[in-house]
Design a protein around this ligand. Sequence first.
Ligand code: IPE
Ligand code: IPE
Ligand code: MG
Length: 237
Amino acid sequence: MANELPLHIGFIMDGNGRWATRQGLSRSEGHVAGANAFRRICEYGCDLGIKSMTFYAFSTENWKRPPAEVAAIMDIFRDYLREAEERKLENAQKGMHMHYMGGRDGVPEDILDLFDTAENESINATRTTVNIAVNYGGRAEIVHSVRNIAKRVQAGELAPHEIDESLISAGLYTAGQPDPDIIVRPSGEYRLSNFMIWQAAYSEFWYTDKLWPDFTEADLDQIIADYAKRNRRFGGV
Ligand code: IPE
Ligand code: IPE
Ligand code: MG
């Protein structure tokens, strides 16, 4: 039997730099093109009524990049979030709820404020949750969850034997959302790069050599069609 529409799709938005090099452009221009692909896919996924989409935009490891490239990426976040502010009514009509997903330490304050505004203004939208993973690392996310659990144990609110998988999941940035049914990685790389490592326990994977800035609505159609044919067994028969 064909699977239904995936409830949650994760996108590792990779290949912006290589796309730019091939076009004779700067890496920053590649990130601008990547952000446009994000706008396309995000909008189309909302139109299709996908419940959750997670876009990996900047990892905890990406701080290693040259400062000018990091600054250019931060400027792209600012541009997108200001635009989201201008389009808040339209986004609300689409039922799009935006959610910041990542650690806050080290991220410029004005960007966090813009994310908080976007998140608060879309709090009543329930059709599609769009998680934007910024300063995100799957391991750091697990540490964050476990630390909060440890505090509760220390306060005597929780006994160690009460710690279970659902409690750890509930402390992740994706609390309350289904685990990703399928994770998409473009640009010919075959790795998670610290993306949703807890939530990906039973995710399907979808790879392509295509670079992220070249992603179109037709690719999302293909992902959904391929997903429908996957046989998910979850350890059963
Ligand atoms: C992904 O594209 C964007 C970020 C990691 C911020 P890359 O910049 O990693 O592109 P490639 O992998 O160098 O082509
Ligand atoms: C993963 O891409 C992170 C994002 C897309 C935000 P990277 O380009 O950073 O991953 P690696 O370094 O090739 O594993
Ligand atoms: Mg890359």
